[in-house]
Design a protein around this ligand. Structure first.
Ligand SMILES: Cc1cc2nc3c(=O)[nH]c(=O)nc-3n(C[C@H](O)[C@H](O)[C@H](O)COP(=O)(O)O)c2cc1C
Length: 296
């Protein structure tokens, strides 16, 4: 089978999952195309469907990956799915599998949302994959990043699970895994929907990311790692793009060699909230990582 893997990975965990999966699938004789939209200039300049049409090669199965943010599918991954052309049996295959990485607190309703959107785009959702990985936001808030991992071996086990899932569907009869992807209780799903809207939640709850002009040397390290091209290096002057919203991945805070990018606002409140969530929910989701398929 030909498999196209498209993913958004602000801080590298989903990238690792995509690469491990590509390698395992390729070892099993599948043709693979990997497309990373993270910080991709052409993709983020506006015409997402055009970008996809120009770059995606003919495939049978589409794997779409990204992180869980605020219990949901990160909104750029949702936008990516919305930008997909309909399946046409020439280039765009009919089968899709979403995969998400999350920081060991809660995978939320990300897979359910991805499944629904992929189905709306005319695809059969053969399964979904969730991977418990390091919590990248905790890098800038806590002394130690929460939930380090997964190890190479764990990534490989998941990738092998995806290989098995695909071998199950290669006979052409593909059941849809919609029900299985809705694995959170309906009361939790409702709370995520009402309270945790990613854009407003992060704007209200977490400190802003700001450049301290006096400290900035204009080296451009931050612009290089900004996954949404919000930070831009205009010949040594770092500026913000108004069109792109900060998603709080905190890559810029971590990567700035002169510590010129700082979190501004009520940092203690953000830290306390995160610690409370880790204590209450950290590593309690079971199974933490899984390849979920449709019931046969
Ligand atoms: C802004 C932000 C919000 C996040 N929200 C959640 C969350 O609700 N639940 C969770 O378990 N992990 C959460 N995480 C952790 C990420 O889902 C996790 O680190 C993911 O693997 C990151 O993927 P990436 O490295 O491909 O960007 C969040 C991380 C960030 C930066």
């Amino acid at each position: 089978m030909n498999i196209c893997i498209i993913f958004f990975s602000p801080s590298g965990n989903t990238l690792k999952a995509a690469e491990e999966t590509a390698s395992a699938l390729s070892d099993n004789g599948h043709g693979i195309q990997l497309i990373d939209i993270t910080g991709e200039k052409e993709y983020f300049s506006g015409d997402q469907t055009g970008f996809l049409r120009r770059n995606v090669r003919p495939h049978d199965v589409l794997l779409i990956g990204g992180p869980v943010y605020a219990h949901h599918l990160q909104f750029h991954v949702a936008d990516l799915i919305k930008a997909l052309p309909e399946p046409d049996c020439k280039i765009w295959g009919k089968i899709a599998i979403p995969f998400v990485t999350y920081g060991g607190i809660c995978s939320g309703t990300a897979l359910e949302e991805a499944g629904k959107m992929l189905r709306r785009s005319g695809r059969i959702v053969a399964g979904g994959v969730k991977i418990s990985a390091s919590h990248r936001m905790t890098r800038a808030f806590l002394d130690k990043e929460f939930n380090a991992g997964p190890t190479e071996g764990e990534f490989r086990t998941i990738a092998q699970g995806i290989v098995s899932l695909l071998s199950d569907i290669s006979d052409g009869k593909v059941p849809d895994a919609g029900k299985q992807l809705a694995y959170q209780s309906r009361s939790k799903a409702l709370i995520f929907k009402i309270i945790f809207d990613e854009k407003t939640w992060h704007a209200k709850r977490y400190p802003r990311v700001e450049i301290e002009k006096e400290r900035c040397t204009g080296c451009g390290a931050c612009a290089e790692v900004c996954p949404v091209r919000r930070l831009q290096n205009n010949g040594g002057a770092i500026g913000y793009s108004e069109e792109s919203l900060c998603i709080h991945c905190l890559n810029c805070v971590i990567s700035c060699p002169s510590k010129a990018i700082a979190l501004k606002g009520n940092i203690e409140r953000g830290r306390a909230f995160m610690k409370k969530n880790i204590e209450k929910y950290g590593n309690k989701e079971f199974p933490a990582s899984a390849v979920i398929s449709a019931e046969k």
